[in-house]
Design a protein around this ligand. Sequence first.
Ligand code: PGA
Length: 246
Amino acid sequence: MRRKLAAGNWKMNGLASALSELDALQDAASGAAEVLICPPATLISSASSHAGNVTIGAQDCHSAPSGAHTGELSAEMLKDAGASAVILGHSERRADHGESDAYVAYKTQAAWAAGLTAIVCVGETLNDRETGQTLDVIGSQLSGSLPDDCTGENTVVAYEPVWAIGTGKVPTTEQIAEVHTFMRSTLMSRFGDDTGSAIRLLYGGSVKASNAAEIFAVSDVDGALVGGASLKAVDFAPIVEALNAS
Ligand code: PGA
């Protein structure tokens, strides 16, 4: 049985004053679903010291364990600061920093080596979708970004259509179902039925309280990766409650 996961990605938002949002999430986070908040790295340590029912994650890590990489953070540093998971291969990093599938796979191995769960993001652009390439793109991102030793414990996959992130545009439930069914069968054929069916699959892109319940009703959607609507507990808690009720 896969435990549902509501993950919040604060991106480059949040000063120390934002930590009060974690306090306001405690009730919603005491339900069946796991609740994870990935604040900016500057807040991981302070967030983890009063996380309560919420687990704390990071938004990226370097592929190397240490070394001369000015400005970068290793997975071990994030773990040491209190993170238990890390988002990898987010489309903003793929676009802004040129991260390839192979680089995401190296980062995933670095995350595992430090004991972090890797939340590996994949997703098609609008052009990919309009030219009928969605499943090909998702298939090749999964193939290139996931190392061979994935398990249900060390890896979560997030499907985030690039055109749905921060835009208010959401795929239909049929479109989400098509991709999630495809991802599940792809993972099962690569990693075997047991492992492939244990890896949690999140949907991400303009999830909000008003659309969460219908997205969570789609089969093989095990939760959400939420950006904008995770910044305030008043927006995120109803999403978590919808997941608890699903
Ligand atoms: P959004 O972002 O919820 O603001 O669309 C999702 C994400 O980038 O993970």
